[in-house]
Design a protein around this ligand. Structure first.
Ligand SMILES: Nc1ncnc2c1ncn2[C@@H]1O[C@H](COP(=O)(O)OP(=O)(O)OP(=O)(O)O)[C@@H](O)[C@H]1O
Ligand SMILES: [Mg+2]
Length: 152
């Protein structure tokens, strides 16, 4: 487990970027972003995306469940899911229905789906400490993210 704090939107994007650099060579990595509205989940995702060479603007996929991005060199893929609107869906959700390959999978609001318990994931819990202060608690469950959490 690792705890980090940021004091601006730019710092949160940078933290995402640093984490993304540490994870970018993992063939498949699932990152769960848990935090209240406006805590910085999408801002953090923008940094992750930049680290793997995605140049498109990453926005919250509010009207679709999932948005897929490919890096300029085409070697990296980001699947960005926002499950906010799936509240109460319960057991009907299958992540694999949205993922058609390897890559970095980022999920905002993972706990909207009660049985969403994958085997390996990196959990990022974000707490609003003030208008501009955010606390990030990073917990690696499984193998692929251990090193990243250690070195960030
Ligand atoms: N330290 C900080 N880190 C990130 N965002 C910050 C910070 N301080 C202030 N902000 C503001 O908080 C908001 C974060 O928005 P963002 O879309 O990233 O949140 P979110 O968690 O994805 O929200 P939602 O649940 O609506 O998808 C932005 O308006 C940003 O300017
Ligand atoms: Mg968001």
């Amino acid at each position: 487990m690792k705890i980090k704090r940021t004091y601006s939107e730019v710092e949160t994007e940078s933290l995402g970027y640093e984490l993304g650099l540490l994870l970018k060579d993992e063939p498949k990595i699932l990152i769960l972003l848990d935090g209240e509205l406006g805590s910085g989940k999408t801002t953090f995702t923008k940094g992750l995306a930049r680290a793997i060479g995605i140049t498109a603007v990453v926005n919250s996929p509010t009207y679709t469940i999932m948005k897929k991005y490919t890096s300029k060199d085409r070697f990296k893929t980001l699947y960005h899911l926002d499950l906010y609107r799936l509240e109460g869906v319960g057991t009907d959700f299958d992540l694999e229905e949205y993922i058609d390959g390897m890559g970095m999978i980022v999920v905002e609001w993972p706990y909207q789906v009660s049985e969403f318990i994958p085997k390996d994931y990196l959990l990022v819990q974000i707490k609003k400490m003030g208008d501009h202060e955010r606390e990030f608690i990073l917990t690696c469950v499984g193998i692929p993210c251990k090193r990243a959490v250690q070195y960030i």
